[in-house]
Design a protein around this ligand. Structure first.
Ligand SMILES: C[S@@+](CC[C@H](N)C(=O)[O-])C[C@H]1O[C@@H](n2cnc3c(N)ncnc32)[C@H](O)[C@@H]1O
Length: 427
């Protein structure tokens, strides 16, 4: 049986080759059949190394005398991570386990070098080697974030706020769930969780949003469809659409379906939600989620949001939760921190096209929400403002006393970074 360190190292190598962090780790844990404790340690190592990769590489570079293979580099990241950040792992154990892992992963010839590097770092007091360069270089190493993302944050928010945003990208985010009103309510759910051995503590944030501790996901309550996991701000984006029971709703970029599920709850499962996505494969997640939650008003359709399909008809509500750079969710998807300029370049044009296409489906007086999980104005305000300028049949739709759009910056101990805007068809 593989050790938790080896499962983490192999999963990290797969992410390096382009895998999504969460999917890769889930698959690795399912295959490895680790104990609950080992799986938790493996998860902590995996996400810890992902979110500290540049910082770790900065340390490794200061101690490496020779080029490193991908596997050895990954083993060193895991070992330096334990030495720098995991107080619960005794330092000598981190060194010895690093050497054992080098052998277990078929790199026995490098084990002397790994041993030497780790022991030198230990002798030097496990301190971060000095960083040279400007503010960008310092932020990159301090918060382990790629140059493209750091530069964009600095340009948009200045150094102080960029630092706060980057600080929120480190560490595990709070766990929020949405209680399924079609099956239960927050009090009943909490007593159900307790009865079935999950000592979850919860804080009620609004009607059906709970911030949880414990592990409610691997429980019978989850299996029975009493809730789904979804960030607080993501729930707010769905709530902003304000559908009524019986509404006809289009969700243009729906997978994996969390906002459609919130909408179905608000609609008491009456009316129709057409959940579309360009990725047919990801739509199976919407179907599986709706089935588990006992929702029958959601139908799925593989549909490119940039292509208008008049046979779909008109809708009372349209949700455009478009693909984006994801800078509001760096702590959930740490691999985004290391993307380069190319990954961001084409997004505003795609987002604009999806919004413009989606607006064709809106009835007069109908409402459209445009949302993203990024905090860059180029993908947010500028896309919607341009749309309003070029389409006089649409107008901003304020949230009560508040503005018609808002950007929530990611918070330590709070919700993800999110942009939510709302417009109405007036002609
Ligand atoms: C931010 S995610 C949507 C999250 C979803 N609304 C939820 O709350 O669970 C963006 C989605 O857009 C989809 N997508 C990307 N390009 C698209 C396109 N041209 N048309 C429609 N969907 C697209 C992606 O497959 C992805 O599922």
């Amino acid at each position: 049986m593989k050790s938790s360190r080896q499962v983490a190292a192999e999963a990290l190598l797969r992410v390096e080759r382009g895998g999504y962090s969460q999917l890769t780790l889930d698959a690795a844990l399912t295959k490895a059949r680790l104990s609950v404790r080992d799986a938790a340690f493996c998860t902590a190592l995996f996400y810890g190394v992902l979110e500290r990769r540049l910082t770790l590489d900065h340390c490794i570079a200061a101690y490496a005398r020779h080029p490193l293979s991908d596997t050895v580099a990954q083993i060193l990241r895991l070992s330096f991570y334990q030495l720098l950040y995991l107080d619960a792992v005794p330092r000598h154990a981190a060194v010895d386990e690093g050497v054992n892992l080098t052998r277990a992963m078929g790199q026995a010839r490098a084990s002397g070098m790994v041993n030497g590097m780790l022991r030198s770092f230990l002798r030097d007091g496990c301190r971060l080697p000095p960083v040279e360069g400007d503010a960008t270089a310092h932020l990159m190493i301090e918060y382990s974030c790629g140059e493209a993302v750091v530069r964009r944050l600095l340009e948009t928010y200045g150094e102080e706020s960029a630092r706060e945003i980057l600080a929120a990208s480190i560490g595990r985010p709070p766990l929020y769930i949405r209680v399924n009103p079609l099956k239960t309510d927050p009090d009943t759910l909490l007593s159900h969780l307790e009865k079935h051995g999950c000592a979850a503590k919860a804080r009620l944030l609004d009607g059906n949003c709970l911030e949880m501790s414990g592990d409610p996901v691997h429980t019978v309550s989850h299996k029975l469809g009493y809730f789904h996991v979804q960030d607080y701000c993501s729930q707010q984006a769905a709530l902003a659409l304000e559908p009524a029971p019986g509404s006809r709703v289009l969700d243009c970029c729906a997978a994996p379906g969390s906002k459609s599920f919130v909408l179905a709850g608000l609609m008491e499962d009456r009316g129709e939600i057409l959940a579309c996505d360009a990725s047919a494969g990801r739509l199976s997640l919407v179907e599986a989620g709706a089935k588990r939650l006992g929702i029958s008003c959601i139908a799925v359709r593989a549909q490119d949001g940039t292509v208008y399909e008049p046979s779909l008809g008109l809708f009372d509500r349209v949700l455009c939760d478009v693909p984006c750079s994801g800078l509001g969710v760096l702590r959930r998807k740490p691999e985004i921190k290391y993307r380069d300029e190319e990954a961001f370049g084409g997004l505003p044009a795609l987002q604009y096209k999806i919004l413009e296409t989606a607006a064709n489906y809106l009835k007069r007086d109908g409402m459209l929400v445009y949302s993203t999980c990024t905090i860059l104005p180029g993908e947010n305000e500028r896309v919607v403002s341009r749309f309003l300028r070029e389409h006089p049949a649409f107008a901003p739709a304020p949230f009560g006393e508040d503005d018609w759009h808002s950007t929530h910056l990611p918070e330590i101990g709070g919700g993800d970074g999110f942009f939510i805007s709302r417009i109405r068809r007036v002609e």
